[in-house]
Ligand binder design. Structure first.
Ligand code: HEM
Length: 512
């Protein structure tokens, strides 16, 4: 979800203290006259601390600007280069800040789980506050813990199970739309069809709302924001410039205002329904609106969320929840179209579980555990095309990783995309083979060799929801259709917040 060609402020660089040895240039030469950033408190290590940074680029990143692996907006190229050249831990520097790129499952576990209290979200995520405010993704503790406690009930397994029928109903409407399309010869854009489907699923299940024109508009606004995303997160101190008439920022502001208006309407309608005595639909939005954090309440600290907080949270969950799954589905259809043997096996499972001919029926919750190969297909697709393709953290304390000791203020990135294509864990990595996700094969790999949903206390809250949505959507559509890629060249990948195809991804549909 995060683009790692970060830009770092001098004040952050100044936070880096102590001496350093190792391949990557020293981080200790920050200007001590500059003050540390107000937002993050850093543990100050003793001045005698000797840091040891991993091997990596000798000069600051801009020095390599002419290299083919340094391209603004294509951070995957840089990560591939670092991995290829230096192995599973590498370091580079940007304006004095060391940036460590990791591709080792044990180091990733150190960051997300074992040493998690030593980290906060890194700068580009924090900059996303201009879009998401203080929602679950962008907030740090203590706000994050409270928000997570409040939202958690909507994502409990039992609750997710109750969404199953609605997911199948939404996918069946997609089937009906495809059946009745005006010209069956014309290919469809599977990227926008998948966005439409997952938007409908999130709107119905989590927010109990119909997909009206303005909900559909979310998609347009999100597309605009995605186009501007790299510009926005590369903009230092973006918060200070939000009111200026800079064209990119003006477009961003407009889209954000439209998104806020849709969410405000949802909130207003829910409140009006409650005031009119309508029964509580028990959806996520009602939970947020009536939120009580019992632990904080007991201490007299918390009296519910303000409207702005609810809006930040709704927008966060809406965006995190629909865009990711839609991209996961889009890439799955593409991969199936390129691998007819896998597709045949998928169809065989779906037919065995859901019947054929006159006894064909739609999936129900009881079928879910039996759609094992469908699950493996979705898992394998997210290995090659992980919707959240990279993650990052910033250290607030010295961090020990193997033989290295890395100072506070360093940034750490790791990429689901690079890990998923590592020969070490996935022999012949470009081959699409869902058998890699059989129970036995999964058990052979370290846990963090596959982390499409992150891990630790910030692990995706919607993971169980995403699996159910992915599996039921694939089963319901593949029950009826075979999709064939209509392009000549492989689709181009764009690493924005999510991994998206560049432009439409056209598919011919044929009835099975
Ligand atoms: C295939 C689909 C999805 C993928 C690949 C995905 C991936 C991720 C990842 C990697 C993170 C962790 C980010 C980090 O630690 O920096 C995350 C967090 C999050 N995701 Fe998902 N996600 C998906 C679907 C969903 C859905 C369906 C929802 C909600 C309906 C959702 C809501 C969230 C939220 C709210 C967070 C922040 C959690 C926290 O920090 O406590 N995601 N997601």
């Amino acid at each position: 979800m995060i683009p790692p060609l970060i830009e770092t402020s001098k004040s952050e660089a100044a936070n880096l203290q102590g001496k350093s040895t190792g391949g990557c240039p020293a981080a200790s030469d920050g200007n001590p006259l500059l003050t540390p950033p107000a937002a993050t408190s850093m543990a100050v290590p003793p001045s005698s601390t000797v840091y040891k940074l991993p091997p990596g680029l000798k000069h600051s990143l801009p020095w390599y600007a002419s290299k083919p692996w340094v391209k603004l907006g294509s951070p995957i190229l840089l990560f591939e280069y670092l991995h290829r050249t230096y192995g599973n831990i590498a370091c580079y520097k940007l304006f004095g800040t060391p940036i460590v790129f990791l591709n080792d499952p044990e180091y990733i576990r150190e960051i997300l789980v074992n040493q998690a209290p030593a980290f906060v979200k890194e700068r580009t995520v924090r900059r996303m506050k201009v879009l998401l405010g203080e929602g679950l993704i962008t907030s740090d503790d203590p706000i994050h813990i409270r928000q997570r406690r409040i939202a958690a009930p909507a994502f409990h397994r039992q609750r997710i199970a109750a969404y199953g029928d609605q997911i199948v109903a939404c996918a069946s409407s997609q089937n009906a739309r495809w059946e009745s399309r005006a010209n069956p010869e014309v290919p469809i854009d599977i990227a926008s069809a998948s966005m439409e489907l997952s938007l409908e699923i999130v709107a119905r299940t989590l927010f109990d709302t119909e997909v009206t024109e303005d909900i559909r508009r979310i998609n347009d606004e999100v597309n605009t924001i995605m186009d501007l995303y790299n510009f926005i997160v590369a903009f230092p101190r973006i918060e200070l410039f939000m009111k200026l008439p800079i064209p990119g920022i003006m477009r961003f502001r407009k889209s954000k205002a439209r998104l806020d208006a849709v969410v405000d309407r949802l909130i207003r309608e829910h409140k009006e329904a409650t005031a009119a005595g309508k029964p509580d639909p028990g959806d996520l939005l009602s939970m947020l609106l009536s939120s009580r954090d019992e632990q904080a309440d007991a201490l007299g600290h918390f009296t519910g969320m303000s409207d702005d907080q609810v809006r930040d949270e709704v927008l966060t969950i809406f965006l995190a929840g629909y865009e990711t799954v839609a991209n996961g589905l889009t890439w799955t259809w593409y991969l199936l179209s390129q691998n007819p043997e896998v597709e045949a096996k998928l169809h065989a499972e779906i037919d065995a579980v859901l019947g054929t001919g006159k006894s064909r029926r739609t999936a129900t919750l009881e079928d879910y555990p039996n759609l094992k190969y469908t699950e493996q297909v979705f898992a394998e697709s997210m290995r090659l095309y992980p919707p959240a393709w990279a993650m990052g953290r910033m250290s607030t304390k010295p961090v020990k990783l193997g033989e290295y000791l890395i100072p506070p203020g360093a940034h750490f990135f790791f990429s689901q995309y690079i890990m998923g294509r590592s020969e070490e864990y996935y022999p012949d990595p470009l081959r699409f083979d869902p058998e890699r996700f059989s129970t036995e094969n999964k058990a052979r790999r370290p846990k963090f060799a596959y982390f499409p949903f992150g891990g630790g206390s910030r692990q995706c809250i919607g993971e169980a929801f995403a699996w159910m949505e992915g599996i039921f959507s694939i089963a319901t559509l593949a029950q009826r259709w075979r999709l064939r890629y209509a392009g000549n060249a492989p689709p181009e990948v764009q690493a924005k917040i999510t991994l998206r195809p560049r432009g439409p991804l056209l598919m011919h549909l044929s009835r099975r």
